[in-house]
Each structure stands twice: as structure tokens, then as C-alpha cells.
Ligand binder design. Structure first.
Ligand code: BGC
Length: 746
């Protein structure tokens, strides 16, 4: 390139850089100007978020217009609320048509435009695997499945498509992604996480955010994300939702903070707070987490939002406060900027009293409101041309549906394939049975059309369940007999009888949809009715393929030993049925990998990155299937693992190369996983930790050279002094069956 062009490009970069900085600065000035004009009531209103029901028409009244105008004006004009959340309550909390959403959000903004300072309302929604509450939106595999794809590009695309479908619905703020780490399999929200590994979850979450927000989340097809639930929510000791976690400061920093750090770095401007408690301190009262660490250490500049009713619960549930008023004071002073009250205005009234009496300083209010306004400015909410994205070309497009199909296919784990039971022949006679075989809800889980996702009657009629998708592809006879529901035997004898006339049995077990406390269970064991069905099917002696669907790894060890094929489907979303049928018949070569350790027994909860003593002497990491497990219809081999040298200094990057070859007969995708082990350190280190991965597609016989770079940070850990540190000494790098070592010196 000629010198002149380089010079011009450099100038252009400086100009663009300055203009981005100037834009940010001008938004800061605008915030200050606006804040200076605001009354105390207007400021506290901005910190207030109410549920739709607060502005909703009573059930059954005028279904064409779910908003009660007087109530909306009371919220937005009289109480100055800064935010509203959720789908209409009239006649039921469920997905609305896209046209209805456009009308709702326009009505809300029209009222905020009539308010004294015309501050727009930020509308928030849970769109955790696509635009959950917009009818016919593209609903992706849930996060646990997105993690199983090990494909950041798909996560990026999911983010981009979700944002587009939200904006076409007039919505702009998504309470997603969940950046909690999934290391407690009983927890009923495990499937909302990207699994047990910190690196994988950080990469996939960050990719989702980048796709969702782009470089500028005010763009007409982009929307804001919200990291949740900061921090430690996912690790309740008894496995029940919203119960105590006991996480030491070291563990917090090692396993729970890094994913949030990655989300902040990716640009997420809002964070929702942990509804439970850690180490005796409820998330909503934890100054150390919400202010010292989040602001002081991690430099988060956006605003924090409480979770549902959780400030009140500091009083009503936790008995941390002696009144709701004290609860408000504790939460606001701990660092909560916006309260999802969400069913009344008590937070608004009480905070007003607290500021007037001097118990909460106005400086803290100004700080919280500035953060909220800053995000609203950055989101372009104040700009007159902040138009709604057109539906045409942006909603449920063929390209988005195809991406969803690809995500579903890559998210399914083939765990066992003995005697080449799979792929099945297209003309085989197949008996399909089990409670998850013919339900779309069993593939989608919670936060689908409704909160619990369990109202099958509301699901789109054109989507295929596992049974319907098998039936569509097959040229043989396909019969479906339910056998058992999730909890009760139905017609097991009919299943046994029908087995005689079929070549193969596809047995679909698992869980019904759920989320939050309603999904609590006391054991990972499957219900006895499903076990009975499985045992009866196995006893027929016919070849059996077991498919599991659901949000948690339910115990299937005894059954797995007796069947030839096992597919772990988790929650693959709306295209899940087709994806599973594609894999069953070999139209797609499976490549999903487990993002969790699948336990062998209900109390056998050992993570792959366990400490040495967890696999010492008679202890062992012996899950049913380990983290990263997943088979293909072809075979791959990794070889030639090499380091550029074997001695490094503490601040050096480490370059690693390896080859991967498709040694089988079919084209396929392979994920190469690179693990590190710090051989000896002053704090015990995991036997191995994932630090990098790459997914490649290879033709039979094709070989690819891969290179990875480890940074000093990848070798670091939380030291004795609770600070991140890298120690000199020896390290192992492991890929496939190979290991190389290097040493680190000063
Ligand atoms: C959940 C959050 C969700 C919020 C709003 C809460 O009960 O914990 O994940 O974003 O409700 O629906």
C-alpha cells in the first residue's frame, strides 16, 4: 500500500476514534444536563421497574388492548418509572403477536413522550433462547446446548438474530445471557448456563453479547444484553433454586467472577443480581460484590438491576432487614441501581422517604440515575429517529431458521454407538416411545412462549417433535406409543407387544419443562415410571436407542449399559426434532460435545477440572460421560502436539501447534480441546483446565494444522493472598492423547 494511503487511513482512524469518544463524552454531558433538571421523584422513578401487570387491563377485559391507559399514566407520568418488564398478563403471561408487541411498546413510549422530561421507558424481557415472548420467533437451543456446539460463531449468530427479532417487536433490552457457571446439576436452571467450564462459558457468552449488541447497541437491529445473576446464584449447596451458596473468596474469583468479567469486557451494559445468598449475605445486600468488586475491581460502568422482588425479600424472606424500608436502604447502599419491585410502587415511596430523611444520600441516587440515563442515551432511546425495525426481512427469516437448525444439529451429543446401531436405515420399522418423544415443550424447556414453557397447546403447529421428525424422514413403518408420562406408567404392555413388529426402538426419556423454584427436585434419579418403561423396552431384546431430553443430567447409568445407542439431547429448541432425526438417520454427522460432566450416580458430582485429591487413591473422576465427550460417525486423530520451545518467562505467550486429521470415511466436524495443568503450585490446581478450543470441518483423509496461543493469564490462578498470580514451575499441555510440558521461569 502506498505511504500516502496508509497515512490517510491512519488519519481516518484517529477521526473515527475521536468521534466515538466525542459521542460518548456528549452523552455524559447530556446525562449531567438532564440530571440537573430532574426532581427527586423523577430520579427515583428512573430507578423503578414494574411488571406489566401494574399497567395491564384486568383479565378478560378488551383483549385487543392489554394496557390500561390510566394505570400506564400513573406509572410513567405520576411515578416516573424508568422501566417496565414482562409479557402481558391479560389473559395469561404468554407470547404475544409481533404486531401486539409493536403496539404495546409504542403506547408506552407515547406516554413517556408526554412526561415532563420525556425520558423514554426501557422495556425489558427474558429472551433467553430467542424472542421467547413474541409468537413464532426463532427459538434456539437453550444455553446448555449452545455450549455443546463449542461453536462461538453460532452463539454470535443467535445473539444477532435474537436482537433483530426483539427490535422488530419494539423491544430493546434482553435479560440474557446467563453467565452463572453450571456446576450444580440439581439446580433447576443448569440448562440456562453454558455448562461447568469457565473458559467455554466466557467465550460463548461474550460471542452472544457481541452478536446481540454489535459495536453499537443503538443500531436499529441491535439490543442491550443483561448479564445474570451476579454472582454465585448457580451454586446452591442443596441444589434448590434460591437457597444458600457457600463460596469462598478464592472460589468466587476462580470460578464465578471470570464469566461476568468476560461479559463486561464484551460490552454488556446491565447486570441482574443474584436472588439467593452467598456466605450468609444475600446478593442484594452484598456491598463487597456489588460495589467493591464489580465497580472497583472489574470497572463495570453500566447499571445493576435487582431480580424479581428481591429487595423486598431482604425483609420478607431473609430477615436481614427489619422492615421493607430498611431493605430498600440496604440494597441501594450496597449498589443496586434499579429495583424490579415489580408489582407495586413501594420501592419508589420508601426510597423517597429515605432520601428526604437523609438516610440515603442524594449522591448515591445521582450515581444510580446517571448510570441508567447513560445506558438509555447509548441505546439511542432519546433519538427521534429511533424507529422500529421492520418485520419484513428481520423476523423468522429462512436464514435465521436455517441457523437455528444448524445450532440444534451441532448441539446434540451422540454419547454411545455400539454395534453401529446408528445411523438407522431409512426403511427400518421403528417403534418410538417415552414421554419426551412427542412434545415440543420437552425440547424447548422453560422461557418458551410462557415462563415455564410447559403449555404444549401454545406451541407452533408446524414444528416437528422427535417422533414426527422420524416419521417424516422414514420410508419404513413408524409407530408411536407413549408408554409412560413423565411420572406415571401408561401403556407399557402395548409397547412390549408392538416391539415384536419393529426392528428398532427409539426410547425418549427425560424431563418436563421448568425453570426456577418450580423445577426443584430432590434427586437426579429419573422417575420410576420412566425406568420401568426403559427396562421393559430393553427386556424385549430389540436394539434400543435411548434419547434423553431435558435441562439436567438425570441418572440413566443402568439403562445406558444395556442399550446400544445413546443420544443426549438436552434442550435443542424448536428445530430439535428435525436435528435428532437427521442424526438418527445419518443425514447429519453429529459433533456436539458435553459441556458438563454427566454423573454416573446422583451424588457423584465431580467436575472435570477437579482437584488432584478428587481422583486420588480410591477417589476418581468416573462420570457416566466426561466433559467434552461426544462421538461422530467418522473418526479423528490429533497428533504432533508441539511447543515452539520448552522454557518461557512469566510474561511470555506460549504458542502451541497440533494436527487434526479425519481418519474415517465421512466428512465431519471435530472440536479440538486444549487443556493445561500447573504441575505444582502454592494453591492446589485442577488436574486439567480447558484453556482453548477450535472446531474444524474435515473431509475424509483431510488434515489440518492448528495453532493456539496461551497468554500468562491462561496460566494464572487465585493465589494464597487471593490475588491472581502466575507461579514459576512446570506445566502440562494436553490435547487428545498427547501431552507436552514446559517450564516457566522469572
Ligand atoms: C428470574 C430472572 C428473570 C426475572 C424477570 C426472575 O424470577 O430469576 O432470571 O430475568 O425473573 O422475568
Amino acid at each position: 500500500m502506498p505511504i500516502k494511503s496508509i497515512f490517510l487511513i491512519a488519519i481516518l482512524f484517529v477521526i473515527v476514534g475521536c468521534s466515538v469518544r466525542n459521542q460518548k463524552q456528549s452523552k455524559v454531558n447530556k446525562v449531567e444536563e438532564l440530571l440537573a433538571k430532574m426532581t427527586l421523584e423523577e430520579k427515583i422513578g428512573q430507578m423503578t421497574q414494574v411488571d406489566f401487570s401494574v399497567i395491564g387491563a384486568p383479565a378478560g377485559q378488551n383483549l385487543d388492548d392489554p394496557i390500561d391507559k390510566a394505570k400506564l399514566e400513573d406509572a410513567v407520568i405520576a411515578h416516573h418509572v424508568g422501566s417496565i418488564l414482562n409479557t402481558p398478563t391479560t389473559p395469561q403471561n404468554k407470547a404475544q403477536s409481533i404486531e401486539m408487541w409493536r403496539k404495546i411498546t409504542q403506547t408506552v413510549q407515547a406516554v413517556s413522550a408526554k412526561s415532563r422530561l420525556k425520558i423514554p421507558v426501557l422495556y425489558g424481557i427474558d429472551a433467553i433462547h430467542g424472542a421467547t415472548y413474541t409468537k413464532n420467533a426463532v427459538l434456539f437451543p437453550q444455553a446448555i446446548n449452545m455450549a455443546a456446539t463449542f461453536n462461538p460463531e453460532l452463539s454470535f449468530k443467535e445473539g444477532a438474530i435474537t436482537a433483530r427479532e426483539l427490535r422488530a417487536s419494539g423491544l430493546q433490552w434482553n435479560f440474557s445471557p446467563v453467565m452463572d457457571i453450571g456446576r450444580q446439576p440439581l439446580w433447576p436452571r443448569l440448562w440456562e448456563t453454558y455448562g461447568e467450564d469457565v473458559h467455554l462459558a466466557s467465550i460463548l457468552g461474550a460471542s452472544y453479547i457481541k452478536g446481540h449488541q454489535g459495536d453499537d447497541f443503538s443500531a436499529s437491529n441491535k439490543a442491550l444484553t443483561c448479564l445474570k445473576h451476579y454472582v454465585g446464584y448457580s451454586f446452591p449447596i442443596n441444589g434448590k433454586d434460591r437457597t444458600p451458596a457457600w463460596i469462598s473468596e478464592r472460589m468466587l474469583r476462580e470460578y464465578f467472577l471470570p464469566t461476568f468479567e468476560a461479559g463486561i469486557k464484551a460490552g454488556s451494559p446491565t447486570i441482574m443480581v443474584n436472588s439467593g445468598e452467598v456466605d450468609g449475605i444475600p446478593g442484594h445486600a452484598n456491598y463487597h460484590y456489588l460495589t467493591t468488586i464489580l465497580r472497583g475491581e472489574m470497572g463495570f460502568k453500566g447499571f445493576t438491576l435487582s431480580d424479581w422482588e428481591d429487595i423486598k425479600r431482604l425483609y420478607t424472606r431473609d430477615k436481614l432487614a427489619t422492615s421493607e424500608k430498611e431493605a430498600v436502604k440496604i440494597a441501594v447502599m450496597a449498589g443496586i441501581d434499579m429495583s424490579m419491585i415489580p408489582m407495586d410502587f413501594s420501592f419508589y415511596d420508601l426510597l423517597l422517604e429515605l432520601v428526604k430523611s437523609g438516610e440515603v444520600p442524594i449522591t448515591r441516587i445521582d450515581e444510580a440515575v446517571s448510570r441508567i440515563l447513560q445506558v438509555k442515551f447509548e441505546a439511542g432511546l432519546f433519538e427521534p429517529d429511533n424507529k422500529m425495525l421492520s418485520i419484513e426481512g428481520n423476523f423468522a427469516t429462512p436464514e435465521a431458521i436455517a441457523t437455528n437448525g444448524q445450532a440444534a444439529r451441532e448441539s446434540i451429543v451422540l454419547a454411545k454407538n455400539d454395534n453401529h446401531i446408528l445411523p438407522l436405515k431409512k426403511d427400518a420399522n421403528i417403534l418410538v416411545t417415552g414421554p419426551t418423544a412427542n412434545l415440543l415443550s420437552a425440547m424447548n424447556g422453560g422461557w418458551t412462549i410462557t415462563w415455564q414453557g410447559d403449555d404444549e397447546s401454545l406451541y407452533p403447529k408446524n414444528q416437528l417433535t422427535v417422533f414426527k421428525a422420524i416419521e417424516k424422514k422414514s420410508t419404513g413403518k413408524v409407530t408411536y406409543i407413549e408408554g409412560s408420562s413423565f411420572t406415571d406408567e401408561i401403556d407399557i404392555n402395548r409397547v412390549i407387544e408392538a416391539a415384536k413388529n419393529h426392528d428398532t426402538i427409539v426410547l425418549c426419556l427425560g424431563e418436563k419443562p421448568y425453570t426456577e423454584t418450580l423445577g426443584n427436585i430432590g434427586s437426579l434419579n429419573l422417575n420410576q415410571a420412566q425406568i420401568n418403561l426403559a427396562n421393559a423396552v430393553i427386556a424385549t431384546g430389540k436394539p434400543v436407542v435411548l434419547i434423553t431430553l431435558g435441562g439436567r443430567p438425570r441418572i440413566i447409568t443402568a439403562q445406558v449399559e444395556k442399550v446400544d445407542g445413546v443420544i443426549l439431547g438436552f434442550l435443542p429448541g424448536m428445530e430439535g426434532g428435525t436435528a435428532i432425526a437427521d442424526i438418527l438417520f445419518g443425514d447429519y454427522n453429529p459433533n456436539g460435545r458435553l459441556p458438563i460432566s454427566y454423573p454416573r450416580d446422583t451424588n457423584d458430582i465431580v467436575m472435570y477440572d477437579h482437584k488432584p485429591m478428587e481422583s486420588y487413591e480410591s477417589n476418581g473422576y468416573k462420570p457416566l460421560y466426561p466433559f467434552g465427550h461426544g462421538l461422530s460417525y467418522t473418526t479423528f486423530q490429533t497428533n504432533d502436539l508441539k511447543l515452539q520451545k520448552d522454557k518461557f518467562t512469566l510474561d511470555e505467550n506460549i504458542n502451541i501447534t497440533v494436527t487434526v486429521k479425519n481418519t474415517g470415511l465421512r466428512k465431519g466436524k471435530e472440536t479440538v480441546l486444549l487443556y493445561v495443568n500447573d504441575i505444582a503450585a502454592s494453591v492446589t490446581r485442577p488436574s486439567k483446565q480447558l484453556k482453548a478450543f477450535k472446531k474444524v470441518e474435515l473431509n475424509p483423509g483431510q488434515l489440518e494444522h492448528l495453532s493456539f496461543t496461551l497468554t500468562p493469564d491462561d496460566l494464572s490462578f487465585i493465589g494464597v493472598d487471593l490475588k491472581r498470580t502466575v507461579e514459576v514451575g512446570d506445566f502440562k499441555v494436553m490435547v487428545g492423547n498427547e501431552t507436552v510440558t514446559f517450564s516457566l521461569a522469572k
